[in-house]
Design a protein around this ligand. Structure first.
Ligand SMILES: [Zn+2]
Length: 257
């Protein structure tokens, strides 16, 4: 019998075709990520997205290497802040969605790495801000694409993130850090896609509400290289069939005539 620890590492990014052997959900009909074909998306009205004021604060997080990814969560032992105050509301979701974790996906080079694709376009990385409704246990992920930009060589919050994350080279390595969620998200995002999918890593549980923002935030190539070289070369799942799901968009197509 496998110990819990061995079981936890019983999958790799390289063997995603075999995940369903141990994690049957991976064979479901509503899996993530997907390629979003924009011409097939359906316009829909969404209520405004509002973040609690804590998103603008520098907050203490724990960053840990799970063996398959770097997870950033709120420290369990912190008396200085309470996770109860870190939430968003709106975008047609009922109730408060509290911050649960942040992790990012990347690839061996900058031509790949994001999980979702837009009309077949692949971005260099993708950040997943995982949120949970504490009353219903519903999970909602805010996904933001990362693209490489070395303009001005100015480092931003993502470079700071990568600098800390890339030092956690071994499974179970962890550290505390101070980062700012609104500087990571850059908060300018207004246009997005919405569909129902799954976790993109085992157990690939379905029933996850995805909000995939259209625009991208920059990260330096050097920062992605540090993650590729020191953590794992590749941490994304290939796109999965859409099947008969609908992808909604919160913006109107521009009139063509
Ligand atoms: Zn993810």
């Amino acid at each position: 019998m496998l110990s819990q620890e061995q079981k936890k590492l019983d999958w790799t990014w390289a063997n995603s075709d075999e995940w369903s052997i141990n994690f049957p959900c991976a064979n479901g009909l509503c899996q993530s990520p997907i390629n979003i074909k924009t011409s097939d998306t359906v316009p829909k009205f969404f209520s405004p997205l509002n973040f609690s004021s804590k998103y603008d604060s520098d907050l203490m997080f724990t960053m840990a290497n799970s063996g398959q990814q770097i997870l950033m969560t709120l420290p369990k032992d912190s008396n200085e802040q309470t996770g109860d105050e870190i939430f968003f509301t709106g975008i047609n979701l009922i109730g408060k969605y509290h911050f649960s974790n942040l992790h990012i996906h990347w690839g061996v080079d900058s031509k790949q790495g994001a999980e979702h694709q837009i009309d077949g376009n692949r971005f260099a990385g993708e950040a997943h801000f995982v949120h949970k409704n504490k009353d219903t246990q519903q999970l909602a992920v805010l996904a933001i694409f990362l693209t490489v930009s070395d303009i001005g060589n100015e480092s931003n919050e993502w470079d700071e993130y990568a600098n800390i994350a890339s030092q956690l080279t071994k499974t179970d390595d962890k550290t505390k850090c101070v980062l700012n969620l609104s500087r990571l998200m850059q908060m300018k995002h207004t246009e997005f896609y919405r569909y129902e999918g799954s976790l993109t890593s085992p157990p690939c549980t379905e029933g996850i509400i995805w909000t995939v923002f259209r625009d991208e935030v920059p990260i330096r190539e050097e920062s992605l290289n540090a993650l590729r070289q020191k953590i794992l070369p590749n941490t994304y799942r290939p796109v999965q069939p859409l099947n008969d799901r609908t992808v909604f968009r919160n913006y109107e197509r521009s009139p063509t005539i």
